[in-house]
Design a binder for this molecule. Sequence first.
Ligand SMILES: CC(C)(COP(=O)(O)OP(=O)(O)OC[C@H]1O[C@@H](n2cnc3c(N)ncnc32)[C@H](O)[C@@H]1OP(=O)(O)O)[C@@H](O)C(=O)NCCC(=O)NCCS
Length: 172
Amino acid sequence: MNRQIEVVAERDLRLEDRAVIAQWIRLLFGDAEDMYEWATPDWRVLVRADGQLVAHAAINQRTVSANGEPARVGGIGGVMAPEEFQGKGHAKAAMLRARDFLWETLNLEFGFLFCSARLVPYYQRLGWQRIDGPVSFAQGGSDVTWQQEAMVLPLTDRLWPGPPVDLNGPPW
Ligand SMILES: CC(C)(COP(=O)(O)OP(=O)(O)OC[C@H]1O[C@@H](n2cnc3c(N)ncnc32)[C@H](O)[C@@H]1OP(=O)(O)O)[C@@H](O)C(=O)NCCC(=O)NCCS
């Protein structure tokens, strides 16, 4: 199997890849997708096996506030591999490329993602750390508090400043 990974800017995402990703979101996230107004990604990590799209992660660059301090984060969202492509390390490969991109290309301080409690061990194995909330974000002119888990990936020596966290915009 020949695996290829690319990071593409949102404006350069090919129509056919966009359609596949939209289909996966419906399939894998279902109604949860409609719960919030999500930020438009800045970049996409696309993983292909023998030319076929098999995994995806989205990246949003944002300066959030944590314990009153600005923190430059790369928000990771839409981490997906459809069932037939799961368990092959494709999603892990997307996460590792995302981490390299956040550090080497964007020079950010932290990765930041949201997940359910069920997936905390998955991300911990990739070096991510659970953080304490509250984490709030913008939704239609007001602030909403995230009710599930949030995790960070330190990319420099800086320690995560701590709660409360304000995303200063919609979630990813
Ligand atoms: C979460 C998801 C992306 C993982 O994809 P995957 O293809 O199963 O995972 P990978 O093959 O990349 O797994 C990499 C490693 O994590 C392990 N792993 C997988 N799921 C795990 C879990 N829930 N807990 C702990 N470890 C897990 C694998 O065993 C593998 O271990 P290895 O490196 O020792 O071989 C996939 O299940 C998915 O798309 N789920 C639906 C959408 C979703 O919930 N996305 C996350 C939103 S936050």
